[in-house]
Design a protein around this ligand. Structure first.
Ligand SMILES: *Cc1c(COP(=O)(O)O)cnc(C)c1O
Length: 813
């Protein structure tokens, strides 16, 4: 263990309980799933509103992790590892990082602001990396947890840091400042993100500039409100389009798809070109330019490098690949830290056993190449990568360090040999430095379909799950309904996430849904709501658990159970308490009891019923009568059979509205997917699915011309029309056409004109700056599924589950 890590641990003021304090630690982890966890990991058991990493400690000890920072030692773990006991594990992590950072003395750029942080960080890395060994926050690691993790990755060879700080409410920045300790501050655009946490704009700025309290200089777009809030002891290096008091005055003009900036600083003036036109990118580029000017780069170098700025992919994306592969596209960076993150992400996908890593040379590790590539080799082994394809001169030279590895001198050589390689039924992580242009490899491997996707935010699902868990009384279990492909969002991927979160049960509608989850590797118990008698054998074979709702079904199942000589096979008994859909009625209770008394082939795992009006407080009395009848029927069954199974009657709305009836379990459905029937609650959930497409073609039609089948739209004036490749066969209701509905293009509404076709629809984009290939949003944060459902006189459930399976699902975190 290095002295610096030792010093940092000592500074968290923990009580040490363990066997050997002289431990050897080389990495820090908060992610129980990471395959990189091992004997040299220091694991911080973070506790969130509803997540508690203490429950994974026993599992981690089993795989060899020895060192934990905890608030308490879990019962079964005493004496089995080293524990640093603290009052708050997040504060300890932050303290650890702050100490660690204080032991390094190179310049550090700290970025904050509402927009553009990650892009500016990535661009600065690109612009400065020819001259520095840069350590930067990976992806958008800018939170109370992300910042410490970023800083902990510093090593002896780095000589410039770039870290971003994001806050959502007051008091957070002080903590981040202590960890980042920037010497150079950049305040990016102050927009409206996270406004709820602040009283007003100046509150927000005041909080943000706390990041710069000990900086030598702050770079920002000159503005009087900001000037007033920055301490007079800090020097300012600001730019403006208009204010000649700024250190740098900039004028801009657009030429084709580029922008030419005229830069005037004191007595010098010169021009640079950047390959963007939109205002946000131009501002972000100017922030980068200011850093180059502050570092006194030559005009020529600035011009050359700025012209090469590129669009930044903000997050890891999972895409469908050729031959059933799935592809994780991280083709824009290749440094050691982001490789670790990408490998963790790969593992969390758990899509296929077989995993291929396509990796370019790695830059800026700060390590000598032999040390670097042996560390990479270790990572590859611990993440159980089946095959490595190395591209680049350096990685080729270290080929021997990897098992099952093919190498190529450059990307072109790989592409030339592509036809001779096999890619099928595997997950492929594509990770390369920008200069390797791995986007060409992504293009080759990507399944070519039309460009409509439903993007699913897995973090939002976790968030919503925890939100509902927080409403449960202690010990109440949770079954999550993943029927109909997880309400249209993707069945297996979501089930895997839920398994990680240790939910207690999954619920599906039909046996084949359950079978495909089991075949996909899901081990959670799965209840089948509507098992047909013909599927009973398959249910037993795949260890699914049927809901039994009538005598006929019961007798059929008991017969098979007896034939197969089953012992205590789990079943679930459903009562009809007023929904009148499925379930035993009161008058069949005695026969039910008789049939089950003394039967040891099956075991009643749970008793359930379903509310008809949990979302409608007008029918409160009805719901209460259902709950009362459920209480009566289930109690009688339990007494007569002398059993104590789980009982459950609440769905999403029930969890919120009838918390007294949680019994031993609840069944969460739509809420997980970010939709609530209650407007207030809706605000507390995170959006999960975003349905996106692109513009295929744009044309302008004259007054009097029409659009689409039946000429339902006639232009009154010259009108710009864009065609989008999504139609009613993809699940867009025809009722949403003809001026009722709209899509969002660059945050502007574009109304649908004419009738929606099977595979396409047309929108009016007059006055909206857009071009063919631009992305559009059909639903997501705006408009929401709930909004569309209201306008179409239906419910969000129908909108979500209607999106057809031909629309590609893309999952990201
Ligand atoms: C679908 C379903 C649920 C979940 O309902 P939500 O309103 O989506 O929470 C619960 N129980 C049963 C029996 C269901 O069919």
């Amino acid at each position: 263990m290095t002295q610096k890590i030792l010093t940092s641990i000592q500074n968290i003021s923990a009580t040490f309980i363990g066997t050997s304090n002289a431990i050897d630690i080389d990495s820090v982890s908060i992610d129980s799933r990471s395959l990189q966890n091992g004997p040299k990991t220091l694991f911080f058991a973070l506790v969130g509103a509803n997540t508690d990493a203490h429950r994974y400690i026993a599992d981690l000890i089993a795989i060899g992790v020895q060192n934990f920072v905890v608030t308490h030692i879990p019962d079964d773990c005493t004496g089995k590892a080293n524990f640093y006991v603290v009052a708050n594990t997040l504060s300890a992590l932050q303290q650890f990082a702050a100490t660690y950072r204080s032991l390094f003395a190179f310049p550090v750029i700290g970025l904050t602001g509402s927009n553009g942080k990650t892009i500016i960080k990535e661009w600065l890395n690109f612009l400065l990396s020819p001259d520095y060994n840069v350590i930067r926050s990976p992806k958008s690691y800018n939170s109370q947890i992300g910042v410490p993790l970023s800083v902990i990755a510093i090593n002896e060879k780095h000589n410039l840091g770039i870290f971003e700080a994001g806050i959502s409410t007051v008091c957070e920045m002080d903590k981040l400042e202590k960890i980042i300790k920037p010497t150079i501050g950049i305040l990016t655009n102050i927009g409206t993100a996270h406004d709820e946490g602040f009283a007003g704009v100046s509150d927000k700025i005041r909080e943000k500039v706390k990041l710069f309290q000990d900086a030598q200089v702050v770079i920002y777009n000159k503005n009087l409100a900001i000037d007033a809030l920055i301490s007079s002891e800090i020097s300012r290096f600001c730019w403006s389009y208009t204010d000649s008091n700024a250190s740098v005055l900039i004028t801009k003009k657009g030429i084709l798809d580029k922008t030419v900036l005229t830069v005037q600083q004191e007595n010098t003036q010169f021009e640079i070109k950047i390959p963007f036109q939109d205002e946000a990118s131009v501002e972000n580029a100017i922030s980068c330019l200011m850093v180059l000017l502050y570092f006194k780069y030559e005009k020529k170098t600035i011009q050359n490098r700025m012209e090469l700025l590129y669009p930044v992919e903000m997050r890891l994306k999972v895409k469908n690949g050729i031959n059933n592969c799935s592809i994780i596209d991280d083709s824009y960076s290749s440094d050691f830290q982001s490789l670790k993150i990408a490998l963790d992400f790969l593992e969390s996908q758990k899509q296929y056993e077989r995993k291929t890593l396509i990796l370019s040379d790695i830059f800026q590790s700060g390590l000598p190449n032999d040390v670097l590539y042996s560390k990479v080799a270790e990572l590859i082994v611990s993440n159980r990568i089946s095959r490595v394809i190395g591209i680049g001169e350096t990685i080729s030279a270290f080929k021997n360090m990897f098992a099952n590895c093919t190498t190529f001198k450059n990307t072109a050589a790989f592409i030339a040999d592509f036809e001779n390689m096999e890619f099928s039924n595997e997950t492929i992580l594509i990770k390369g430095a920008r200069s390797f242009q791995f986007e060409e490899i992504v293009y080759l491997l990507e399944e070519k379909t039309h460009e409509t996707v439903l993007e699913i935010n897995l973090n939002a699902i976790s968030y919503n799950l925890n939100f509902f868990k927080s409403k449960l009384k202690p010990k109440v279990k949770i079954m999550v309904m993943v029927k109909a492909f997880g309400y249209g969002n993707g069945g297996l991927e979501i089930a895997k996430l839920l398994e990680h979160h240790k939910v207690d049960y999954l619920g599906v509608a039909f046996a084949d849904e359950g079978i495909s989850l089991k075949n996909g590797g899901i081990n959670l118990p799965i209840m089948v709501l509507n098992p047909e008698n013909t599927s009973f054998s398959a249910i037993i074979q795949h260890q699914l658990e049927p809901e039994i709702y009538c005598l006929k079904g019961l007798y059929a199942f008991l017969k098979i159970a007896k034939q197969k000589n089953l012992k205590h096979f789990p079943i679930h008994i459903k009562f009809d308490t007023g929904m009148h859909r499925l379930g035993f009625e009161e008058n069949t209770l005695n026969e039910l009891i008789t049939a089950l008394k003394g039967n040891s082939n099956v075991q009643i795992k749970s008793i359930l019923s379903h509310l008809a009006t949990s979302d409608d407080l007008e029918h409160m009395d009805f719901a209460h009568s259902q709950i009362a009848l459920f209480e009566k029927l289930s109690s009688k069954l339990m007494t007569e059979l002398q059993i104590k199974p789980l009982r459950h009657i609440l769905n999403t709305s029930g969890i919120s509205n009838f918390s007294d009836a949680q019994y031993e379990m609840v069944r969460l459905g739509i809420g997980l997917y970010g939709v609530s029937n209650d407007a207030q609650e809706q605000k507390q959930l995170e959006n999960v699915g975003t349905l996106k497409s692109v513009i295929s073609q744009i044309r302008t039609i004259g007054a009097g011309e029409s659009v689409g089948y039946g000429r339902r739209f006639i232009a009154e004036k010259p009108t710009k029309i864009a065609t989008i490749p999504i139609g009613y066969a993809d699940g867009i209701s025809r009722g949403w056409g003809n001026g009722v509905g709209f899509v969002m293009i660059k945050n502007t509404k574009a109304f649908i004109v004419g009738s929606i076709c099977m595979d396409m629809l047309m929108v009016d984009v007059t006055g909206i700056e857009c071009k063919e290939g631009d992305a559009i949003v059909i639903f997501g944060e705006n408009p929401t599924v709930t909004f569309i459902a209201q306008k179409l006189n239906t419910i969000p459930y129908e909108i979500l589950t209607s999106i057809s399976q031909r629309v590609k699902r893309v999952f990201y975190r």
